[in-house]
Design a protein around this ligand. Sequence first.
Ligand code: AMP
Ligand code: MG
Length: 652
Amino acid sequence: MSSETTRTSTAPTRATGQEQFLTVLSREEALARFEAALFPRELATEVRVLADALGFAFAHDVVAAVDVPPFDRSNVDGFAVRSADLATAGEAAAVRLSLNGETIACGTAPTLAVTAGTATAIATGGPLPRGADAVVMVEYSQPAGDAAVDIRRAAAPGQFVSYAGSDIARGEVLLRAGTVIGSREIGMLAASGVARVSVVRRPRVAIISTGDELVQPGALLRPAAIYDTNGAIVTAAIVENGGDAAFLGAFPDDEAVLDKIIRKALQDFDMVVMSGGTSKGEGDVCHRIVARLGKPGIVAHGVALKPGKPLCLAVCEGKPVIILPGFPTSAMFTFHDMVVPVLRRLAGLPPRADAQVGARVPVRIASEPGRAEFVMVSLVEGDGGLIAYPTGKGSGAITSFAQADGFLRIDALADQMPAGTETQVTLFTPHVRAPDLVIVGSHCTGLDIVGGELARAGLAVRSISVGSLGGLAAARRGECDLAPIHLLEEASGTYNTPFLSEGLELVPGWRRMQGIVFRKGDERFEGLGPEQAVQAALKIPSCLMVNRNQGAGTRILIDRLLGGARPDGYWNQPRSHNAVAAAVAQHRADWGMTIAPVAHANDLGFIPFAEEHYDFALVSVRRTRPAVEAFLAALRSEASRRALQLAGFRPA
Ligand code: AMP
Ligand code: MG
C-alpha cells in the first residue's frame, strides 16, 4: 500500500537532541495499522432509559414486542359500519342504520357488535367493534331521531380504519443496530412500549494539552504565552463525534509530570487524545511516554500529511492513544481525517455523511507530491453548485478557521488539484449554510461594521480575505458579489477605478487614514509630521522600523517616505495592519505604518500621512440580488456611517 520506507520499528533514533522521523508512513498505511490494532472488537454497551438515549447508537436490533396500533382503529370521528349495508347509499338515497347503544371513545373497549343494519358511534382513535369493517365520517351522516342515523355515502371495506400492526408489526425488526437514536427513533420506541434500550456506551475520552506556553482561556496571558486552543476544540469535536469527553487540562513539557497524567488517563478512560509535543525535538516528550505505555504501542509516528506530519498514533492495552500535532489547524485536520473514523466506530456510529459535501475548486491548488495535503476551504454557492475556496495555507493560523467551513485533501501522489476539480470537503461543523453575500478581496475591520447590519437582518455574510488583486480576479470569475479593493494607480494617483474591468462597477466605500505608529510618549516621534518623523528616525540607528509585505498598499506609502533608505527592521515584513501595531506595542519595533483605527485600538501614537480609498468592485449582474441590495443599503445607512466614523474611518 505504501511506497515509502516501512521499517519494523517506528522508534526514533536520538541524534544530538533532535530526533528524526525515520519512518514516515503514508496516510493510508498509518490508518490501516491503527485500525488493525483496534478492530474487530466487542463494543461496550449499556442500557439507557428512552429519555437519555438521544444521540446514542443501538447496540442490537430492536424487535417490536407489540403491534402498533394494537387493535383496528378508527381514523376519524363517525360511525363504525358494515360496508355491505351502504352499498346503495348516495346523496339522493340515504341509508338508515339503527344506532347501537354505546359510543366508543378513545380508550373505550366496545362491548356491542355491529350487526347488519346497525352502526356504532366512534371517535378518532377508538377500537373498531366486532362486525364493523369500515367507518363513515360524521360529515356524511344525519341524525334520524335518537336511535338512528342516515348515511349518504357508500363505504369501501377498510375505509378510515388502521388495522392492528399496520404501523409496526409485532416481531419485525423495528430499528437496526448502529442506528443513531433521534427523536423519530424515540417516537417509534415509545409507540411500541419500549422504555429502555441497549446502546453502545460512549467511549470515555481524556483530552490533554501539552506545552509550557499554554494558558487556559479566561486566564491572563503572560508574555510569550498563548491560549490553549486545542483543549477546547478537540473536546468539542470529540463530543460531536460520539465521545464522552473529559478535558484534563494543559500541562508543561515535563516528562515526569506528563508520565503520571497520561498513565492515569489511560487507566480511567477508553481513549486518550493529546496535542503538542509530538515532533522529535528536545522538549517533545509525549511520544517517549506513550512508547513506554503498553502493547502494541506506537503504530505510526510520522505520517505523510501536510500539515500534520508529526501525528502519533498508538494503541496501548487495546485503547487508542493519539498525539495530535500542536498547531491547532494541523490538530483539526488530522483529528477529522484520522481519528474521527476510529472514534465513531468505537461509539458504534456510522461515518458522518452530513460532514462531507461535494464542491468544485475554482482555482488551481499547487501541492507538494509525497504527502497528502489538507487545504482549508471556504464554501460559497456558485452558479453550478458549491465552490470550495482555498483559504490560508499556513498550518499555524487558527484565524483561518474563521473563514473556513472545512477542508479538502489533495492526494499524496498529486502535485496539484486543477481548477474545476470536483472534490469532497470535510466540514468542521456539519449543516453548513451557503452565505447570502460573498465578499472576496482585501479585508478591513470596517467591513465588520457594515456586515453587522446584515447579520442582524438574518443574512449570512462570508468575507474571504485574499487581497485586492485576488478579489478582482474572483469577481471577474463570478465567484463573489463584491470585491473590496484599495489599489492606487501611481501614474495618475487615482484609486481603484482604473482597475475595474467589464462587468464590474465601483461602489464607494470609505477612506482609511494611513500613518506612522509609535508608542505614545516616544519623544523621537511626538509632535512631528510624517516626513519629519521618518527623517528623524533614520538618523537614529537604534530606532527600529517594521515594514509591510511587497504588494501591500501600505508598503507603497512606506517606500515613498523612506525614499530608498533601508533602515534596520526594513526586512521585517508582516502581512497585516494589526501585526505592525503589535510589533510596535510589544517593543519589537519602534515605528511602522498602519491605519488609524488599528493604531487607536492598540493605544499607539499616530501621525496621519495619506488617505487610502477602500471601495468595492461590484459584479454588475448581481446588483439586484437581495443580499447585495441589503449590503448597499447598509453601507449608505446613517447607522453604519456613524459607526465607521467612530471607528476612525471616513465614509465616502
Ligand atoms: P508542538 O507540537 O508542541 O511543537 O507545537 C507546535 C505549535 O503549536 C507551537 O507553536 C505551539 O505553541 C502550538 N500549540 C501546541 N499546543 C497548542 C494548543 N493546545 N493550543 C494552541 N496552540 C498550541
Ligand atoms: Mg509544545
